[in-house]
Structures are given as structure tokens and as C-alpha cells.
Design a protein. Structure first.
Length: 82
């Protein structure tokens, strides 16, 4: 019996959106939705005011807010990971 993967809509706040397989990671989603320059400046994301890392799995329609280098959130991520 084959498992059918469901599709979800993943959007970037104030940006693009795309239909993706449920179970996609934040890293994979942002890789598809951001420009190369934006990807290089992104260290994490926010979902509904919650800071998440690149390994977070997306199972439902989601809007991501990229956390860019130079922001207070990026500094918090750096402090948490060291």
C-alpha cells in the first residue's frame, strides 16, 4: 500500500508561496522560496512568533518569516547554538 503525501502551502511573509509536500523542512522550503542572496543571510525562521531552526518539519499550511543575519533574533539563535 503506497502512502500518498499531502500537499501544503508554504509562504514567506510578504513574499512568495508554493505548494510543497507535507514533511518538508524549513531549510528546504526557504531554499525554494528565497533568492540565493536572501538564503545566505537567513539563519532561522519564525512561525507564528515562534523561532524555529532549519530542521523544523512543516506538516500544515505555514507562513515563514526568515530571520536574517544582523537581527536580534539572529543573535539569539547564535547565542543558543554556541
Amino acid at each position: 500500500m503506497s502512502e500518498v503525501m499531502s500537499k501544503i502551502t508554504v509562504a514567506v511573509k510578504d513574499g512568495e508561496s508554493a505548494l510543497m509536500e507535507a514533511g518538508v523542512s524549513v531549510k528546504e522550503a526557504l531554499g525554494s522560496l528565497l533568492s540565493n542572496k536572501q538564503r545566505k543571510q537567513t539563519v532561522a525562521a519564525r512561525i507564528d512568533d515562534t523561532l524555529v531552526d532549519f530542521t523544523t518539519v512543516l506538516e500544515h499550511d505555514t507562513t515563514l518569516e526568515p530571520v536574517q543575519i544582523g537581527s536580534q533574533d539572529a543573535l539569539d539563535v547564535l547565542r543558543h547554538s554556541t
